[in-house]
Ligand binder design. Structure first.
Ligand SMILES: [Fe+2]
Length: 143
């Protein structure tokens, strides 16, 4: 028998795990459901090893589609996203910091970003009605 409980959680109450070196994405995980997880990217200290590189590494999510909603702050690893942007990186698409952002992150102490990510374990389908909202230049932001 399954039970459903309404649950509210203010993202500002999320306490992120930080470390000397770059922490893996699960440290941001806030909720886990059968076919998706919700991660919270909140203001936090960056990696504090003297030789650390705070920018995230390039990756391709081979098991999930990744949707990110940028709520507020300065999004260190990305160009071309701003508050209220939503990005979708389908599974297997390599992505990471935009050119110059890895080098630019060195020596940075903290972030004030606030963003929510949903990783789904089944492919998402994009409805046609979102076509008018798509930034057709986003894919070129890595070049
Ligand atoms: Fe990602």
């Amino acid at each position: 028998m399954d039970f459903l409980y309404p649950f509210a959680f203010n993202i500002r109450d999320f306490e992120p795990i930080t470390g000397r070196i770059h922490q893996p994405p699960p440290v941001h995980q806030t909720f886990e459901a059968h076919n998706f997880v919700v991660c919270s990217f909140v203001p936090r200290l960056y990696d504090y090893h003297p030789d650390s590189i705070p920018a995230p590494y390039y990756h391709s999510n081979v098991n999930s589609d990744e949707v990110l909603f940028y709520v507020e702050g300065n999004f260190m690893s990305r160009k071309g996203v701003k508050e209220e942007s939503i990005t979708l990186h389908p599974l297997g698409i390599p992505h990471g910091p935009h050119p110059g952002k890895t080098e630019g992150s060195i020596g940075k102490r903290e972030t004030h970003e606030l963003a929510v990510m949903v990783d789904t374990f089944k492919p998402l389908k994009v409805v046609k009605r979102t076509g008018c909202l798509e930034d057709e230049h986003y894919m070129y932001s890595w070049s």
